[in-house]
Structures are given as C-alpha cells and as structure tokens.
Design a protein around this ligand. Structure first.
Ligand SMILES: CC(C)(COP(=O)(O)OP(=O)(O)OC[C@H]1O[C@@H](n2cnc3c(N)ncnc32)[C@H](O)[C@@H]1OP(=O)(O)O)[C@@H](O)C(=O)NCCC(=O)NCCS
Length: 155
C-alpha cells in the first residue's frame, strides 16, 4: 500500500509533459511508505562515492515525496535544527532516474519551502559532493547556492 494513515496528500501538480504527480508530506519517515526508497537512494549514493557511509536520517525525520501512477518517484528528507534560524536541514533529495529533468526536484523543493516556512525556518541547507553537478545545478535553480567547501586529508 502506498499511503498510510499519517502521510498527507498536500498537492497535485502537472509537470511540463503533462505528468500528474501527487505530493505527500510524511511527518515521520518511520512507518511511511517512502522509507525503502530513501534507503535505496542513500545506498546508491554511498556506492557512487557521493555520500559518506553512515546514517543520514532518524525515525522522526520528515519527508516530502512525489507519487506518479502509484509509484514513489522522488523525495526530500529533512529535519529542523534547534538554532536561531530553525534551519531546515535536507539530508537527501532524490528523483527516480527515469523521471529526472522533468521538474520534480523543483516541485518538491517548493513544498519543502512551504513546510519550512510553516515551521518558522529562515534557512534551508544541505551538503553536496563537489562532483555532483546535477545536485549543484538543481540547488542553484531554487536559490540554494554553494557557500562552504569542506576540506579533507585522508590519513
Ligand atoms: C539532483 C536531482 C534530485 C535533480 O532532480 P530533477 O527532478 O532531475 O531536477 P529538476 O528537473 O527539477 O531540475 C532542477 C534544475 O536543475 C537542473 N538540472 C537537473 N539535473 C541536471 C543535470 N543533470 N545537468 C544540468 N542541470 C540539471 C535543471 O535544468 C533545472 O534547472 P532550470 O529550471 O534552471 O532549467 C536528481 O538528479 C537526483 O536524484 N540525483 C541523484 C541523487 C542525488 O545526487 N541527490 C543529491 C544528494 S546531495
């Protein structure tokens, strides 16, 4: 079953090529049907070398996700931090490779921003590998610009 009693349908959006996606909000990823997709996407990203090996989320992390023809085709999973900005920290954004560059990231980001504003957040942040050009371009397209660069020396 794709939906559960807790996740809320927040929007239906028509994409550029007439694809109609449903956008859901999961108040916790535990017990949400989005969780297996998050695990798979995170595993793929670690194996691609674009994420460190380690847990990103916890059971109480939140998500917005996109459903097309009963299938989850994208998500953003995030939490709110306890700082003066009430930073909305995005752990991972993902769109199914078969549906990329159709605007699904941008639609999800709009709904992420709505949720962040409802929470009183004044900043959205995320980490991205410096080789991950699709994510860097996607971030810039919604106004999220690179500002820090992490330096590393392997010992
Ligand atoms: C990054 C990702 C989520 C983008 O999703 P998407 O649905 O394809 O993005 P959109 O179609 O909404 O595109 C958003 C913007 O980024 C640009 N963009 C997206 N992918 C791009 C690519 N491969 N090359 C260049 N630009 C790209 C689009 O042109 C668009 O910009 P525009 O509106 O100014 O034209 C997707 O590529 C993905 O899932 N990547 C693998 C997972 C990942 O790396 N996640 C990030 C971990 S930090």
């Amino acid at each position: 079953m794709l939906n559960n009693a807790y996740d809320k349908l927040i929007s239906k959006v028509s994409l550029i090529n007439d694809m109609m996606v449903e956008i859901y909000f999961a108040p916790t990823i535990a017990d949400s049907p989005v969780l297996p997709t998050i695990f798979r996407a995170h595993a793929d990203l670690m194996e691609a070398g674009w994420a460190n090996y380690g847990h990103l989320t916890n059971n109480r992390s939140k998500a917005v996700y996109a459903v097309l023809d009963q299938k989850i085709v994208g998500f953003m999973t995030y939490d709110f931090q306890d700082d003066i900005w009430k930073t909305c920290w995005v752990y991972l954004s993902f769109v199914d490779p078969n549906f990329r560059q159709n605007g699904i990231f941008k639609v999800l980001h709009k709904h992420l921003e709505d949720q962040a504003q409802k929470n009183g957040s004044r900043k959205i942040c995320s980490l991205v590998h410096t080789d991950n050009q699709p994510m860097i371009a996607s971030g810039i397209s919604v106004g999220r610009y690179p500002n820090y660069l992490r330096t590393e020396k392997k010992l």
